[in-house]
Structure formats: structure tokens, C-alpha cells
Design a protein around this ligand. Structure first.
Ligand SMILES: Nc1ncnc2c1ncn2[C@@H]1O[C@H](COP(=O)(O)OP(=O)(O)OP(=O)(O)O)[C@@H](O)[C@H]1O
Ligand SMILES: [Mg+2]
Length: 267
């Protein structure tokens, strides 16, 4: 499967991307010469030290932030602002509190002008996919954190984006719910073949979900390494103790340790 993806077309390409916040003496170089690419149906993870520019990078890809120089191409075209071709899921739940789960999931489809019965059918399909059947008429305040994030994922998937951009989507969940959500996402991915770029602090999460992992350096952020993840069998909580899993985890821990040690030593 992974081998096949290596021959799949490149969907997203980030080339020589720089981002500087502010000007003059107060300028902060957040990203410096970031290069990466994601192929059709790949699940690509980015890990890196806090403050290395991960959110900045995904916001630029999502069109929520302007870059300073370099290029972001989706299917060979320069991205220009936000667009329905890129679906974003954030750490916060970002649901409309006054709308039911069904209306939240339908929202993007309504904006696109899709007629009522069609959008309800699509919304119900994705609500089922994330395991929220029976909660269509609930309001966000009636849901647990994990359920809110399921609804947010359904809402993004319902728009059928070309690529799903996720910035620490499970960061606010407790450890147990997080594993359940990771398995859910692995399952959604198997069923939909969605192309996903996923940012996390959590090395276990990166190795559990990713086909490939980009490890970023500390700020100014750039890509310091790229690892392929080849694990036997289906990805689920049992994968967390496989020798292959622990080997990749150790490699990444060493890289991130080196980044923070170099920072502490002023290198
Ligand atoms: N709007 C902004 N104005 C000025 N500086 C900013 C802005 N947004 C981010 N930065 C700076 O850019 C750098 C990268 O921030 P960013 O939020 O992208 O990091 P991150 O890798 O997502 O961190 P974390 O892992 O803590 O979420 C930081 O030094 C931050 O202070
Ligand atoms: Mg961040």
C-alpha cells in the first residue's frame, strides 16, 4: 500500500517556504526554507518542538496566513487564500454552539448551495462514519470533548476536501479518548482514502497514524528529517508496543532531544 502511494501523484508541495512575523528589530523568523510534499492518499505527520512554526505552516497551507517567500502548490496550482479544497480541523472544537450536530455538519454544504435533502444525506453519512449516530439533534454543549471533535471532523469531511489539515486535533482530549479518536481516524482513512497532513507534539500519535513523518527543527523551523513508518498489521492501540513502533519512536525522541539540547547549549 505504502509502495503504491510512493508512485501516487503529488497533491501538496511546499517549496522553499519562509515566514517572518513583524519587521526590523522585532522580526521573528518562524519558518526558513521549509520543503515537503504529500502524495495522494498519504497520511503525513509533522512533529517538532513547541514554537518551531508548525501551526504557522499549516495555517499558511490552509490559506489563513500569508507566507513571506516560497511557494505552496495544491495539484500544481498556487494556493490563494482559504478554500474548500483544504479542510481544517483545529485543537479547539470550532462548532457553532447554536446549531445541532446535523446542522453543524451540513453547514459547509449549505454554503456551497447544495439542496436540503442532499446535504442532509451527506451529513448523516459522515455523522455515521465518526460514530455519532443518534446525536444528530444534540447541541455541542450536550457533547463530551471527544464527541465534539468527532462532530468537527464530520463537518470537515462532509465538504469532501482534497486534503485534510489537522493541527493537534486531539490535543485537548484525555489520554484514553485520544487513543479512541486516533483509531477512529485510522479507520476513517482506510474507508475514505483521504489525503491528510496532521501536526502533533505527541510522538506516539505520529508513529501510530503516519505513513511518513517530517521532523522539524526548532525555530526558525525547517524540515530536519523525514522518516517512513512501516508497521506490520492494522494500526491500532496494539501497534504502540511493537518493536518496529518503538524503534521509530526512539529515533524521533533522539532527534527532538538533540534539538532541545542544542537550544539549551546555545548551538
Ligand atoms: N501572529 C504572530 N505574530 C508574531 N509572531 C508569531 C505569530 N504567530 C506565531 N508567531 C511566532 O512564530 C513562532 C512559531 O509559532 P507557531 O505557533 O507556529 O509554533 P508551533 O510549532 O505551532 O508551537 P506549538 O507546538 O506550541 O503549538 C513562535 O515563535 C511564535 O511566537
Ligand atoms: Mg501549534
Amino acid at each position: 500500500m505504502l509502495e503504491n502511494r510512493k508512485n501516487s501523484p503529488v497533491r501538496l508541495k511546499v517549496s522553499h517556504l519562509d515566514k517572518v512575523f513583524g519587521e526590523g528589530g522585532k522580526a521573528v523568523v518562524a519558518l526558513q526554507d521549509v520543503n515537503l510534499e504529500i502524495r495522494q492518499s498519504e497520511f503525513v505527520m509533522i512533529v517538532g518542538p513547541s514554537g518551531c512554526g508548525k501551526t504557522t505552516l499549516i495555517n499558511i497551507i490552509g490559506g489563513l496566513e500569508q507566507h513571506t517567500s516560497g511557494e505552496v502548490l495544491l495539484d500544481g496550482k498556487v494556493i490563494n487564500g482559504a478554500g474548500a479544497d483544504r479542510g481544517m480541523v483545529f485543537q479547539g472544537y470550532s462548532l457553532f454552539p447554536w446549531l445541532t450536530v446535523l446542522k453543524n455538519v451540513e453547514f459547509g454544504l449549505k454554503m456551497k448551495g447544495i439542496p436540503g435533502p442532499d446535504r442532509e444525506m451527506t451529513a448523516r453519512k459522515y455523522i455515521r462514519l465518526v460514530g455519532l449516530e443518534g446525536f444528530e439533534n444534540a447541541l455541542p454543549k450536550q457533547l463530551s470533548g471527544g464527541m465534539k471533535q468527532r462532530a468537527a471532523i464530520a463537518r470537515t469531511l462532509a465538504n469532501e476536501p482534497e486534503i485534510l489539515l489537522m493541527d493537534e486535533p486531539f490535543g485537548a482530549l484525555d489520554a484514553q479518548t485520544r487513543v479512541v479518536m486516533q483509531e477512529l481516524l485510522a479507520d476513517i482513512r482506510r474507508k475514505t482514502d483521504t489525503t491528510i497532513l496532521f501536526i502533533t507534539h505527541d510522538i506516539d500519535e505520529a508513529v501510530l497514524l503516519g505513513d511518513r513523518i517530517y521532523v522539524m527543527s526548532r525555530r526558525p523551523g525547517s524540515v530536519r528529517d523525514m522518516l517512513d513508518v512501516n508497521l506490520p498489521g492494522e494500526r491500532n492501540h496494539n501497534s504502540l508496543v511493537l518493536p518496529e513502533f518503538l524503534e521509530i519512536k526512539k529515533q524521533i525522541m533522539d532527534m527532538l532531544w538533540q534539538e532541545s539540547n542544542d537550544a539549551a547549549m546555545g548551538r
